[in-house]
Write a protein that binds this ligand. Structure first.
Ligand code: PMP
Length: 361
């Protein structure tokens, strides 16, 4: 049988070892004769699981003690509304970097709660997408927060430089590159991420919030979305998505076994180099992102003629390389190569791409 490699942008593939463990203990978790999804989130066994998952995530990202780690519901978009609601009392406007579909989504949602100012935008320079640096001088120092998306999943743009926004809290949507490399959490006010790429299954999101930002929520903020309430209740004010949290915990353990984020970052860099080299050397495929901003998680590319797209998709699926179709807004192809994608998957993809280019040049 052909080995299948899943390049889906999200929900994305999970490590095989995690899935095997989940399968092995699906019906009988910790010899309780029940599935982990059938036990109370208030039981001592589940609370131990939840606390371990939080600690593992803290270890992996070196989260300082003055930050809370919250396990929320509602994915990435849930935080598009939660962030402005929770910071609204800090100011009546917020500043944004606009780099693609997801930062735009965050702006649209935030504009329901406060005034939104775009202080920097992705630009096309010599046919390549480039992102301007952000400095404190560009940010209104009275704004409630400054928001950017560190990896634009649809457009394949990754921002490695952390914006400097002075004393204004820096908020980052890291949905598609959290845990892919080390980050200095202390530079951020809030980091959030939907789970379905590098953390676990969909539905869950992780929010890392600095303590001094817990109490700026607008009065109308629903109680279950209020960061301080969530922190007070250990993210269990309402019933959490217990099975997703459990799987996230297994992924964190797996990541530790891989040597942590510094080690996975090296592997991610190797995978990305292989794929971008294949594109650049082909004289066939084109990537339209400036090399400084090329995503290591979502590699986008176009074929010379869009009429070939359907053939590429059919043939790649036949070769066991699934879900390579680009997002409907941008067309072309997209290979999502998150932490769980083994290098063998990327090698198989590059071999297929070289062969396809030879046959269709
Ligand atoms: N932000 C980014 C960077 C994303 O990639 C996504 C989803 N792909 C979202 C936000 C939205 O996440 P969700 O669908 O979980 O709301």
């Amino acid at each position: 049988m052909t080995k299948i490699y899943n390049f889906c942008a999200g929900p994305a593939m999970l490590p095989a070892a995690v899935m095997q463990q989940a399968q092995a203990e699906f019906l009988d978790w910790q010899s309780m004769g029940r599935s982990v999804m059938e036990i109370s989130h208030r039981s001592k066994e589940y609370i131990a699981l939840a606390e371990t998952a939080e600690q593992d995530l803290r270890d992996l990202l070196c989260v300082p003690d003055n930050y809370k780690v919250l396990f929320a519901q509602g994915g990435g978009r849930g935080q598009f509304s939660s962030v402005p609601m929770n910071l609204r009392e800090r100011g009546d406007s917020a500043d944004f970097l606009l780099t693609g579909s997801w930062s735009e989504g965050a702006i649209t949602e935030a504009s329901k709660f406060l005034k939104t100012n775009v202080v920097g935008k992705v630009v096309m320079q010599d046919g390549l997408c480039t992102v301007p640096s952000i400095t404190a001088a560009q940010i209104d120092q009275n704004s409630a927060y400054f928001h950017y998306c560190s990896n634009e999943t649809v457009d394949g743009i990754e921002i490695n430089e952390i914006p400097d926004c002075g004393d204004v809290p820096l908020v980052a949507d890291m949905s598609s590159n959290i845990l892919s490399k080390p980050i200095d959490v202390s530079k951020f006010g809030i980091i959030y991420a939907g789970a379905q790429k590098n953390i676990g299954p969909s539905g869950l999101s992780v929010v890392i919030v600095r303590d001094d930002l817990l109490n700026f929520a607008m009065p109308e903020t629903p109680t279950f979305l209020h960061y301080q309430t969530m922190a007070n209740y250990g993210s269990m004010y309402n019933t959490p998505p217990t099975y997703s949290w459990y799987l996230a915990g297994l992924v964190f353990k797996w990541l530790k076994e891989q040597g942590g984020v510094a080690s996975i970052a090296q592997k991610n860099a190797e995978k990305a180099v292989l794929l971008y080299e294949c594109i650049d050397e082909s004289g066939f495929y084109v990537n339209k992102v400036h090399p400084d901003f090329r995503s290591k998680m979502n590699v986008t590319f176009h074929l010379p003629n869009p009429d070939l797209d359907a053939i590429f998709i059919t043939e790649s699926e036949q070769a066991g390389l699934t879900a390579l179709k680009g997002h409907r807004n941008v067309g072309g192809m997209r290979a999502s190569i998150y932490n769980a994608m083994p290098i063998e998957g990327v090698v198989a993809l590059t071999e297929f791409m070289r062969d396809f280019a030879r046959r269709h040049k």
